[in-house]
Design a protein around this ligand. Sequence first.
Ligand code: C2O
Ligand code: CU
Length: 466
Amino acid sequence: MTITRRNLLTAAGASTLAAILPSTAHARRDGVIELNAGPSRQRLYGADGPLSDLWTFNGRAPGPEIRVKRGERVRVRLTNNLEEPTSVHWHGMRVDNAMDGVAGLTQEPVPPGDTFDYEFVAPDAGTYWYHAHSRSWNQVARGLYGPLIVDEANGPVFDPARDLTLVIDDWRLTRAGAFDVASLGAMMDWSHAGRLGNWLTVNGEATPQMTLRAGEAHRLRLINASNARILEIDPNRFGGKVLAHDGQALPAPASVNYAPLMIGPAQRVDLLVMPEPGGDFALEELSGDAPFAFARFTVEGEASARAPVPRLPAPDLPEPDLSGARTIGVEMTGGAMGRMGRVTYNGKVLRRGDFRRTGQVWAFNGVANLPEQPLAAIRRGESVIIETVNDTAFVHAMHVHGHHFRVIERSGTDLDDGRPWRDTFLIGPQQTVRIAFVADNPGKWLYHCHMLEHAAAGMNTWFEVA
Ligand code: C2O
Ligand code: CU
């Protein structure tokens, strides 16, 4: 399904910036932020569109922006007002394992009517997000996610008025323009490219209009909250440069010389934009038949001089020892048009005919979904390389929990873009990608595809750091 530019009536118009940015999470007097997961209604297809039945945190998708300083303690009370169990994962945050929010691996899912208290210290500055991690293919698709921004230790580096969070989601809407509930869980999506939508929102709004100041340095924090859509954008069209990938700053702002820039599900990109006077522009998604403008920017003011560009502090992550690292192999198989040999699921060998019944269509090393034994048992502090071979016909967005890694090699070619730190990487059909990191965070950590239908249909494994 491609994104088509539906005839958006007069839709969002010129809303004010304040109305467009995610609301801020306010802590109670005791410092606890409340997140209430529950049903709510929202217009996704512009102001004249119908109401959609969603599941959200605090009544809106995205949920409130949680904003803290690096090193600060974050305390969140999750209340589950849904009809099914849930949990919250702090995507990209190197938290204690018990706070990682993975239902069935790091905690019991929180039953309806119950609460769960999360508490962690924000270890790294940057752009992160939180989302449900229990039947994520269903709960994230319905809107259970929000932004999590960690300011630099000495306070925000960019002027807060020039620092904008854009949570982007790809929705599948019905003809009438409401969220398509009926197609949730469609096997066709699970065995192909995942649940792709036909409509994009930014912070829950259709094509918002925002204002930037000419000559000033802006930080646009793009968060891809889609279940499966890889967003393709070209920052060269408006002079944008990349400041950070997945929260971690690059050594210097970098031009994109491999346009379009692909932002996989769960990935984040921070862009530096210094607009010229009168340089109005749109953010366009390029993967469809025609460019889809999903956010518009008006540039105000006459710049006399260009403001200096603030410098982001360098990432503070342990450097893996590549020569001494142990290599762990992961072979991805299955899916439509893919090969699938003998597959084990829940300890039993599946036969071809079982796939439809179990919903499992993908495997890592011949195992669909979580194996009983970890993929690897790693000594704390050990450097590891995960070599992932994609023997399927689809692109995947692979995410490691609890650690950031460097992408060191893609199909035999050494990467020339400075081996950026990431927590999620894209891997094309028949590609091999090698990532490296120091496994310094003890516990049971998931390694899975963040195309959430793929994860549900088998693309999940875990490793243990002891
Ligand atoms: Cu963004 Cu396993 O999660
Ligand atoms: Cu996948």
